[in-house]
Design a protein around this ligand. Structure first.
Ligand SMILES: O=C(O)c1ccccc1N[C@@H]1O[C@H](COP(=O)(O)O)[C@@H](O)[C@H]1O
Length: 225
């Protein structure tokens, strides 16, 4: 039974997406601020979506090597619970962002082989949470959200000093196995709950969260207006 595993659904673009994610029982929703992504949202849209999120659904802004000017605008306009740094931000930059914005910071780390694992320990010293994702292939346009998984055995039953989230190529058909193999207590998905790049699918969101939480995994949350 995996009912205490927390789910993050990333790349929401519409109020209906937020409603589907909340009704399915996810713990976090993510807004992507990266122009090259099919999931990119502008600040006004993200603000509107954030106000649609019910209490208890944590709102995460995903940025890629964002400078202070961009983060000032995002954090100034959008009520947020966490920042997700999904670029090549250094440990010093992670610490700086944490201090400047006073929000918990989750650092994404791409993993393809055992040699990538020490980076996780390094970022555990500065980040509040770690997001362990598949390393993007060379030349990929997106540093994440590519629907690619990595060898889960690399992180099997690993312990880090910060909470961590498993990401990369998850979908309703493989997430239970991913949890069983890795022992993760948090999972993140984007393309695996879409009908086309950037288009979230409410049935897939429901199926994903239900697969995580076990059969009949829906939780009662207020209907959004
Ligand atoms: O989703 C995106 O478009 C994206 C863009 C830039 C950086 C990260 C992005 N998504 C994150 O990537 C992982 C895995 O996504 P997927 O499930 O394999 O599609 C997830 O953490 C998203 O938050």
């Amino acid at each position: 039974m995996t009912s205490d595993v927390r789910v993050k659904i990333c790349g929401l673009k519409t109020p209906a997406d937020v409603q589907a994610v909340a009704e399915a029982g996810a713990a976090y929703c993510g807004f992507v601020f990266f122009e090259k992504s099919p999931r990119n949202v502008d600040i006004g849209t993200a603000r509107e979506l954030a106000f649609c999120a019910p209490v208890g659904l944590a709102k995460v802004a995903l940025v890629v090597d964002a400078d202070d000017a961009m983060l000032d605008k995002i954090t100034g306009e959008v009520p947020l619970d966490m920042l997700q740094l999904h670029g090549s931000e250094s440990p010093d930059r992670v610490a700086q962002v944490k201090q400047r914005y006073g929000l918990p910071v989750m650092k994404a780390i791409g993993v393809a082989e055992a040699a990538d694992l020490p980076l996780i320990d390094l970022y555990a010293q500065v980040a509040d949470q770690l997001l362990i994702d598949a390393k993007p292939p060379k030349g990929a346009v997106l540093p994440g959200g590519n629907g690619l998984r990595f060898d889960w055995q690399l992180v099997q039953r690993k312990y880090w000093t910060r909470p961590w989230m498993l990401a990369g190529g998850l979908h309703a058909g493989n997430v239970a196995e991913a949890i069983a193999r890795t022992g993760t207590r948090q999972v993140d998905v984007s393309s695996g709950v879409e009908s086309a790049p950037g288009v979230k699918d409410a049935d897939k969101i429901r199926a994903f969260v239900a697969a995580v939480h076990g059969a009949g995994g829906q939780r009662a949350v207020p209907k959004l207006t």
